[in-house]
Every structure is written in C-alpha cells, then in structure tokens.
Design a binder for this molecule. Sequence first.
Ligand SMILES: [Zn+2]
Length: 177
Amino acid sequence: MSTLLQVAQLGQPILRQKAQRVENIKATNIQQMIDDLLATVMDVNGVGIAAPQVYQSYRIFIVASHPNPRYPQAPDMEPTPMINPKLVSHNKVIKKDWEGCLSIPGIRGLIPRFTEIKVEYTDRNGKKQTASYTDFVARIFQHENDHLNGVLFLDRLETTKDLISDKEYQKMMSKKK
Ligand SMILES: [Zn+2]
C-alpha cells in the first residue's frame, strides 16, 4: 500500500533544512516512505522528488527520468530510489537548462549544472551503488541532491532574468516542436 503525499511548497522551513542520513534502510517507516515517494512522483509524472519535499527530512530521493517534450531522448529509466546519495565527481562543463520544481509551482528557471557526474548511493535493499550520469539525468540528480541540503533551484540562478512563468515556458516548448 502506498499513499500519495502532500508536497511542501516554497516557504516551508523543511525545504531549507539539511536532511539527516538514513541509518536503518530496512526500517518499516523508511521503506514505506520510499513506496510513497515512488507513488507520488509517478502520480504527478515528475522526473524526481526528494524526501524533504514531502515533509521528511531524510537523505532520500527518487530519480525517474522518462522522455518528455523537452528531452525526447531522455533515458526511460525505472524510477530509482537513492539513499544517502553523494556526488563523487563531475566534469568541468556547466550547461544552463530549464528546471522546474514540485515545491515551486508556476515558475521555471535556467539553471547551470554539471553535464557529467559520478555518484554513489545506497539502494533500497541496502546495497551500495555507483553510477555515471550525463545531461538530463545528471541534472535531475543535482537538483534532487540540492534538496537534501536545503538548496532550491532559485538559489542557483545566475540572474533573475532566467526566471519565467510556467505558462510562458509551455508556450515556448510547444513552439519548439
Ligand atoms: Zn525540486
């Protein structure tokens, strides 16, 4: 059984806290939280969600890349829960691209991110994993990882001129097609 969770919106102090490490991954409350996060991100057709966004200040997030109008080539990956994730290394190339956030409705921002990263995390069975990601998936990881440190994409804007409304973003995307 999983429950759809309410998403904390900008202004909720929990979004600004540093989340705590998960010590006991097998604990019932942690496994339930992972199920609920998976159900919630799939319900909104999102590409990622972090535990602090659902009022749980733990170092857990889901990366759920799938093709979308902006990234038709985005890898269609099984939604992947990552526990105590860590960005191990990155390349020097930084690219700006559009991001949105379930906790910041109505706004999109052009956000600089590394294009290639190596990461470590523990999976929901308690097994250590390493992975390399590029472009869109690397961007999702960096966005979600920021949530665990109380950082929102707004904090990474180079200029407020890189902010647009979701309505204008949708218009721009439909023109591109
Ligand atoms: Zn977000």
